[in-house]
Design a protein around this ligand. Structure first.
Ligand code: ATP
Ligand code: MG
Length: 630
C-alpha cells in the first residue's frame, strides 16, 4: 500500500496554507513552492512520520516534503558554540537551546535520537536486557536509604511537593531499580536479570558545555544487572562491554574501552568507553605497544624512581622573597629547575591534614590520593588551615622537619637528592634536601598524573595522552546498593544472599553529538547511514519543470516503497541553496533529477561522505541505493 496521493489542486492549497508554519526562513520568503507541478502526499502525513522504530526495511514510509517540514537552518555560525557538534546541530536545525544545559530537539534531531535508541534497544535485547520505564521524580527516602541523599552535593536537583515532601530528579536510577529488585526478586532461580530503560537524567552540572555533549537534562540508557555471585556479575559486565562496542560501532563511533576510576558510585571495576576527540573533557592514556588504555585519573606509567647521586651537603635555608610558585623558583637566582624541586601540597583527607610531595614538574592525581590513603573524602586544605599547621602559606611549604602530619611522596621522589623545597617559613626555601635523609617519615605511593611519553608500566613503550569524550560507562557495583537497601534473594542453600549488581550507562545525546564530531566537514554534518535522519534527499533543480518533478516523485515513490527514507526538497529555491542545505543537514545521498541526466534517462547521485558524483539510470536507483544502504 502506498500513502502517496496525487491530488494536485488540493495539494497546492494545502502547501500554500502551510507555508507560514513550515520550513525555515527561506521557505517563508518564497511562494507556494511546488504548486501544481508536484503531487504531494496527504495533508498531515508529516505528523504521522514514525521515528526510528521502522527505518529502512519498512514498506510504508510516508513522503516527507522539505517545504512543510520544520528545518530551521541558520546561514551563519551561532555565537558561543565552539564544539563542531554544537555549532552544526544548531546551524542545521537539529537542536535549540532553552537554557544552560537545556536543549530542545527539533524534528531532524529527534529522528536521529530515535535511531540511536533503536540501535541501543536492539543491542540490549540481544544480551537479554528487559526494558523498563521508571519515574524521573524520586522520593528522597530511597536516596536516604542508599546514603546518597547526603553524599551527593549540588549536582542533584532537589524539590518539594505540595505536602513539603523531599524529592529529587533522578541523576541515575540505582536506587529505584534496586527497590524493584528487592520487591520482585525472591530466589536465585530468577537470576540473572538485566534491566534497562531509556530515560531523562537531571544533573546540575557545574559547567554545562558544548551543547548536548554535557547537558543538565539528557537521555541515558541505563541498565542494571542482578546476579547471585561475582562470576555472574563478570558475565553481565562482559556482555555489556560487547553490547556497548557494537552500539558505538553501529552508530559510526570509534570507541576505546579504558580503565576508569569508580568515583562516587563505589564498586570494584569500571570501564569507560571513550571516543577520541579534541572536544573531549577527559584525558585518555593509551599504549600502542600493548593496548593499555586508561583514563588519566587512573593511569599508571612505569615507576620512575630518581637515580640521583647522593648530595651529602647539609640542608641550607636561603631567602626567596616573593617566590610563590615552582616557576618563580626556576627563574630565581640560586633557585632550581622544576625537576629538582619538591612540590608540597596539603589536603584534608578523611578529616585529617596530610602532605603530598611531588617533583616540581609533576601534577597530583586526586584519584590516586584517594587510592593511596584509602579515603575518597578529600579536598585541598584552606590557606588558614595550612598556616595554622605549618606556620607558612602555600608557596613556601615543605615536609622537612614535619613530624605531626602524615607525609606521602610520589614514587619519583624515592632516592631523590639535592632537591629544593619550601622551608615552612614564608619567603624561604631549603636546598640540598635528600628525601631519604631529611623526610624519613614519607610514605611512597604513585601519586602523579601520567604524562605523554612516559614509559608504559607493562611494555615500556612511550604512552600517548589524548582527549576523549566518555560515551559509555560500565561499573561493577557489587553489594553496595543491595546491602544498603536490603535487596536479597534466597540462595541454593536456603540462605538470604544480597544481590550482586552492576550498573551500565550510555549517553544517547552524547552519541549523537560525538557522531557529528567524528563525521563532518566545512559544509556540515555527514551522518553515518545508520543514524541519518533520512537516507536520501531528492532535490529537483526547478520546481516549475514538469519532467524534473515527475522524476523526483517517481524516485520518492520507488524508494519509500522499499523502506528507504526520503526527504524531498520541494522548495522553490535555487539549486545552490538546496545543495548547501542538504550538505549542512548531512543526508548521506542526494539525488538530483537535472535536465542533463534526465535526457539520458538518468539522475545525478551525490554521496555526501565522499563527494562522489555519478549518473545513475532511473530504473537502477533503487537497487543501487539499497546496496549502498546495507
Ligand atoms: P562525565 O564524567 O562526562 O560527567 P559521568 O561519569 O558523570 O560522565 P555516568 O554517570 O557514568 O557519567 O553516566 C553514563 C553516561 O551518561 C556517560 O558515559 C555519558 O555518555 C552520559 N552522560 C553523563 N553525564 C552527561 C551529561 N551531563 N550530558 C550528556 N550525557 C551525559
Ligand atoms: Mg558527570
Amino acid at each position: 500500500m502506498r500513502r502517496y496521493t496525487p491530488i494536485p489542486e488540493r495539494n497546492a492549497q494545502w502547501n500554500a496554507a502551510n507555508q507560514p508554519r513550515g520550513g525555515g526562513a527561506e521557505n517563508k520568503r518564497k511562494g507556494v513552492g511546488l504548486a501544481s507541478k508536484l503531487a504531494v502526499r496527504e495533508p498531515g502525513a508529516n505528523v504521522g512520520v514514525s521515528h526510528g522504530a521502522e527505518g529502512a526495511g519498512s514498506p510504508t514510509l510516508p513522503c516527507v516534503r522539505w517545504s512543510s517540514f520544520h528545518i530551521p537552518t541558520l546561514r551563519g555560525d551561532p555565537a558561543d558554540a565552539e564544539a563542531a557538534s554544537h555549532r552544526l546541530l544548531l546551524r542545521a536545525g537539529y537542536i535549540r537551546q532553552l537554557g544552560a544545559g537545556l536543549y530542545s530537539y527539533l524534528p531532524l534531531g529527534q529522528r536521529v535520537i530515535h535511531k540511536i535508541c533503536r540501535v541501543v534497544r536492539e543491542e540490549m535485547e540481544r544480551i537479554g536486557g528487559q526494558e523498563f520505564y521508571l519515574p524521573a521524580l524520586h522520593p528522597a527516602e530511597l536516596w536516604r536509604e542508599s546514603g546518597r541523599w547526603d553524599a551527593i552535593g549540588a549536582e542533584m536537583f532537589r524539590l518539594h511537593d505540595r505536602k513539603n515532601g523531599d524529592y529529587c530528579l533522578g541523576m541515575t536510577h540505582e536506587e529505584v531499580f534496586t527497590d524493584l529488585a528487592r520487591d520482585g526478586l525472591r530466589s536465585y532461580k530468577q537470576l540473572p536479570q538485566i534491566w534497562y530503560q531509556i530515560q531523562s537524567k537531571f544533573r546540575d552540572e557545574p559547567r554545562p558545555k558544548a551543547g548536548v555533549l554535557r547537558g543538565r537534562q539528557f537521555t541515558m540508557k541505563d541498565s542494571y544487572s542482578f546476579d547471585l555471585d561475582a562470576a555472574g556479575l563478570d558475565k553481565a559486565f562482559d556482555l555489556h562491554a560487547e553490547a556497548y562496542t557494537r552500539v558505538f560501532s553501529r552508530c559510526g563511533i570509534d570507541s576505546v574501552p579504558v580503565q576508569a576510576s569508580s568515583g562516587a558510585m563505589g564498586g570494584s571495576e569500571s570501564v569507560e568507553f571513550m571516543a577520541m576527540s579534541e572536544a573531549g573533557e577527559d584525558w585518555v592514556v593509551t599504549c600502542s605497544g600493548c593496548g593499555y588504555a586508561a583514563n588519566l585519573e587512573k593511569a599508571r606509567s612505569a615507576p620512575l624512581a630518581a637515580q640521583d647521586a647522593r648530595d651529602a651537603a647539609a640542608i641550607e635555608k636561603f631567602p626567596t622573597p616573593g617566590v610563590r610558585t615552582i616557576e618563580g623558583l626556576v627563574g630565581f637566582p640560586g633557585g632550581a629547575p622544576a625537576a629538582r624541586q619538591i612540590k608540597t601540597l596539603v589536603y584534608v583527607v578523611g578529616g585529617q591534614l596530610q602532605l603530598f610531595l611531588l617533583r616540581g614538574d609533576d601534577a597530583l592525581n586526586e584519584v590516586k590520593v584517594a587510592e593511596a590513603t584509602g579515603s575518597p573524602d578529600l579536598r585541598s586544605a584552606h590557606p588558614e588551615e595550612i598556616h595554622a599547621a605549618l606556620g607558612a602559606l602555600p608557596g613556601s611549604l615543605g615536609a622537612v622537619g614535619v613530624a605531626s602530619l602524615p607525609v606521602w611522596a610520589d614514587l619519583r621522589l624515592q632516592g631523590a637528592s639535592g632537591m629544593t623545597t619550601g622551608a615552612n617559613h614564608d619567603d624561604f626555601h631549603l636546598r640540598h634536601v635528600d628525601v631519604a635523609r631529611d623526610i624519613p617519615a614519607a610514605r611512597f605511593a604513585d601519586l602523579r598524573a601520567v604524562r605523554e611519553g612516559e614509559p608504559c608500566a607493562t611494555c615500556e613503550k612511550a604512552l600517548d595522552v589524548r582527549k576523549g569524550i566518555e560515551v559509555g560507562h560500565i561499573f561493577k557495583l557489587g553489594l553496595r546498593y543491595s546491602e544498603k537497601l536490603g535487596a536479597n534473594v534466597l540462595g541454593p542453600e536456603g540462605k538470604e544472599l544480597p544481590l550482586v549488581m552492576g550498573s551500565y550507562g550510555i549517553g544517547i545525546d552524547r552519541i549523537l553529538a560525538v557522531a557529528v564530531e567524528a563525521h563532518h566537514d566545512a559544509n556540515g554534518i555527514i551522518w553515518p547511514v545508520s543514524i541519518a535522519p533520512y537516507h536520501v534527499v531528492i532535490a529537483p533543480l526547478r520546481m516549475n519543470d514538469a519532467a524534473q518533478c515527475e522524476a523526483a516523485e517517481r524516485l520518492e515513490r520507488e524508494l519509500t516503497a522499499v523502506g528507504i527514507e526520503v526527504l524531498l526538497d520541494d522548495r522553490d529555491e535555487r539549486a545552490g541553496v538546496k545543495f548547501k542545505d542538504a550538505d549542512l543537514i548531512g543526508i548521506p545521498f542526494r539525488l538530483v533529477p537535472g535536465p542533463r541526466a534526465l535526457a539520458n534517462g538518468a539522475v545525478e547521485l551525490f554521496e555526501r561522505a565522499t563527494s562522489a558524483t555519478s549518473e545513475v539510470p532511473l530504473d537502477q536507483v533503487v537497487a543501487l541505493l539499497r546496496e549502498k544502504l546495507k
